[in-house]
Design a protein around this ligand. Structure first.
Ligand code: SAH
Length: 314
């Protein structure tokens, strides 16, 4: 049954190597959740974006990428989000509900079945705050690891959080060798407070303390995500501060030129400012990458497709 479910079976009658009696019994007792494709967009660069309809009519999105070395997928963990980050489209309208561990896995199963691609890596960076749905997300990670299912190990999973400090500490003890990505986006509490309300609960010092704890417990390299917003958090002095904050930590910085979403007027940093920011970090000995933009022709970022769908419904 497990194998069939992870192959994307939508009913027990498809499970033809089970006896008819058993299939009928299962049909009586259980229900298989399925995702419907509401919209599918294919970018010129091979990126595929899915807008799924869940069984209660809510929607979430996933982005299946096309890299030289495999097919990573970015999936959602909640319908909407309560974190309120000012630059993010997913949080407009708040959180409707958590996804179940099955619904999180379904995004991989159905994207894989529809595209014919075998998914190599999973990033929990779609709609929602994964650590605000802790139980279902950790259950999901353990489930997809099974050899009879998707067989995707924690090493091939990145989990991104806006910084729920107590949950980061809890995650450190799960024994899951995943990659923790932390959305930092600012180097002082004043700027971070203005961008990310979560910083009023857990400030930068507490957050970095939790990251140090995570590294010490797991010996895994942490990624810091830093969305570059023109003339807000992208001054050379910010890069120098960032350097001081993460000095000595087993980490990597991923710079994300911010995507403009309709609800705000944040502009992405210019190429020159991005390069300067990166140079300061690299000269300070921090490995730094700048996120490549994939699928920009198809709204493939940060809850934009669901948002558009919601707006059209109004
Ligand atoms: N809630 C989690 C994961 C979802 S968002 C988190 O906050 O980490 C995944 C990443 O995209 C986060 O780093 C988030 O801050 C970033 N992001 C959100 N909106 C963005 C935008 N408009 N432009 C660039 N990055 C954005």
């Amino acid at each position: 049954v497990y194998e069939w479910l992870y192959k994307g079976a939508e009913s027990f009658s498809e499970m033809t190597n089970l006896s008819k009696d058993l299939r009928e019994k299962l049909d009586e007792l259980c229900h298989i959740s399925v995702l419907k494709i509401l919209e599918k967009q294919i970018s010129v660069d091979g990126t595929i974006k899915y807008l799924w309809e869940l069984e209660d009519g809510e929607t979430v999105e996933s982005v299946l990428m096309d890299y030289k070395h495999g097919y990573p997928i970015c999936i959602s963990t909640q319908v909407g989000c309560n974190m309120g980050c000012k630059f993010c489209a997913s949080t407009v309208g708040g959180k409707i509900r958590n996804l179940t561990s099955g619904e999180i896995a379904d995004q991989i199963i159905f994207a894989s079945r529809d595209s014919g691609r075998t998914i190599s890596n999973v990033v929990l960076m779609g709609i929602g705050e994964p650590l605000d749905n802790y139980e279902n997300v950790t259950k999901f990670i353990k489930n997809i690891n099974h050899y009879a299912g998707l067989n995707i190990g924690a090493r091939h999973i990145s989990l991104s959080t806006c910084g729920l400090v107590d949950k980061i500490k809890q995650l450190a003890s799960e024994g899951l060798p995943l990659t923790l990505s932390v959305s930092l986006h600012a180097t002082n509490n004043e700027v971070r407070n203005s961008l990310m309300p979560v910083n009023r609960k857990y400030n930068i010092e507490e957050l970095l303390g939790a990251c140090r704890y995570y590294i010490e417990k797991t010996n895994r390299r942490v990624t810091f995500e830093y969305a570059l917003i023109n003339e807000v958090n992208d001054f050379p002095k910010h890069a120098e501060n960032l350097l001081k904050l993460v000095k000595g930590m087993l980490c990597h910085v991923n710079l994300i030129p911010v995507n403009n979403v309709n609800t705000n007027n944040f502009e992405r940093s210019t190429k020159e400012r991005i390069q300067k920011f990166r140079d300061v970090l690299e000269q300070g000995g921090i490995t730094t990458t700048v996120r490549r933009q994939l699928g920009s022709d198809i709204d493939a970022s940060c809850g934009q497709l669901r948002r558009k769908h919601q707006d059209n419904k109004k």
